[in-house]
Design a protein. Structure first.
Length: 143
């Protein structure tokens, strides 16, 4: 399990907002749908099955399978799309665009695929934000 500790800042029916300390790895992270970085730390939304109250310090965990799947989609899919389309662009450029450098066609197709894949990942991210299996869970009240 991936675990963090943080302070409950707000409580809803079945979820709570938790403020956890910001880490160096947070800069430039693509998981903006799950957490909201601020000066004080990162606010995440977690399931609250133990009914933690506002102001309490809690331990929050996320299943490693959900984290790994999300990481592979957020980083692996755009990288794979970029490389595959760059190779495809190189071949198309050599075969059909002999007057233009195949490297230019490769770069255009690769970066177009990269941008398109980021848009697809963003749409996927919005869709899974509502699924419980991808949300962190409050496991324990520490204070």
């Amino acid at each position: 399990m991936i675990e963090e500790t943080g302070k409950v800042t707000a409580v809803n029916d079945t979820t709570a907002k938790i403020l956890v300390q910001k880490r160096g790895a947070c800069e430039g992270c693509a998981a903006s749908g799950i957490c909201k970085p601020s000066e004080k730390g990162i606010e995440i939304e977690a399931l609250n099955p133990i009914h933690a109250k506002e102001g309490q310090i809690v331990k929050v965990s996320i299943r490693p399978q959900a984290y790994l799947k999300g990481t592979m989609i957020v980083y692996g899919f755009p990288l794979t799309a970029f490389v595959a389309c760059a190779i495809l662009g190189k071949n198309i450029g050599e075969k059909y665009f002999k007057e233009i450098s195949s490297d230019i066609v490769s770069a255009i197709l690769g970066f177009t695929a990269l941008i398109a894949s980021f848009l697809i990942v963003r749409a996927w991210s919005k869709k899974i934000e509502t699924k419980k299996e991808y949300k962190p869970v409050i496991d324990e009240i520490l204070e």
